[in-house]
Design a protein around this ligand. Structure first.
Ligand SMILES: [Zn+2]
Ligand SMILES: [Zn+2]
Length: 276
């Protein structure tokens, strides 16, 4: 795995690149716009230039407000527009992937929700600029959110039907909370085998490496510092060392500051690639 962190963009998107460089990280995740607002931010020339000449791998995380499965027409339309402008910003910044929480069906049912999300994603991706694409993030299964089971993720990818422009961002805390054990080397192997049989391991384009404060199957999304939660350091290290994921970003979204997260993700590098 390529170690990275979710990095603050306060002070500008270009400032995030400086932070990653200072912390010695080859990769990071940013918000290209305020995640609590519908209205997208306009990029500055400096930001676009800096991103054009960077050597650091960057992925973006979409707004928390987006819910393409919403039963409220206004939210559905705003989700469509906001996701569309995210891809436009990504294109200007040379970012290939954004991470999307698939959404919550709000009582309409899983299958209805999955159909709506994939239909909206497909419409956006058919017209998306350049190489930009969407990674569905697996969820903890809190409330009516979809994307908590591997079957649902497979269904989202299948219905979106844009294999080059879609993939999965696998969040370890969310998978554990959704009921997939990751708390031992054996559990990691079994869970990743199940993922491979259901979705296909090659569809994973990024990881969120977070430990979990809550137990397996709790459906509660509470990130813990790596090694301080119920998953533990060794299984996450083992996952990070799997040769299949050598070129895949592993982003810490753990509590604390950027430098806390850098220290956190650097813990998973204690094991040699491929050694078991
Ligand atoms: Zn995540
Ligand atoms: Zn989370």
């Amino acid at each position: 795995m390529i170690p990275g962190i979710h990095v603050s963009v306060s002070g500008g998107l270009d400032r995030a690149l400086d932070t990653l460089t200072e912390l010695g990280l080859p990769c990071g995740q940013i918000f290209t716009s305020n995640p609590q607002q519908w209205k997208g931010r306009t990029l500055t020339e400096t930001e676009i230039e800096r991103y054009g000449s960077r050597s650091i791998t960057i992925i973006s995380h979409t707004s928390y407000l987006i819910n393409p499965a919403s039963t409220d027409r206004r939210v559905e339309n705003l989700s469509f527009a906001t996701l569309g402008t995210e891809l436009e910003r990504m294109h200007l910044l040379g970012i290939k992937w954004c991470v999307l929480h698939p959404g919550a069906h709000l009582g309409a049912g899983d299958e209805t929700g999955i159909k709506k999300i994939s239909s909206i994603a497909r419409q956006i991706l058919l017209n998306s600029p350049g190489e930009t694409g969407i990674l569905y993030e697996n969820t903890a299964g809190q409330g009516t959110t979809v994307g908590h089971s591997f079957r649902q993720l497979a269904r989202l990818l299948e219905l979106t039907d844009m294999p080059e422009k879609t993939g999965i961002c696998f969040d370890t805390c969310h998978a554990f909370a959704a009921g997939y054990d990751l708390s031992s080397e054996r559990a990691v192997r079994e869970t990743m085998d199940e993922f491979n049989n259901t979705v296909g391991i090659e569809r994973i384009k990024a990881f969120h490496i977070n430990d979990s404060k809550r137990e397996c199957g709790s459906h509660r999304d509470r990130h813990a510092v790596i090694g301080a939660g119920l998953i533990g350091l060794e299984p996450l290290r083992f996952l990070a060392s799997m040769p299949e994921f050598k070129e895949i970003p592993g982003i810490a979204e753990t509590p604390g500051t950027d430098s806390d997260r850098a220290e956190d993700i650097q813990k998973i590098e204690g094991r040699e690639q491929g050694r078991t």
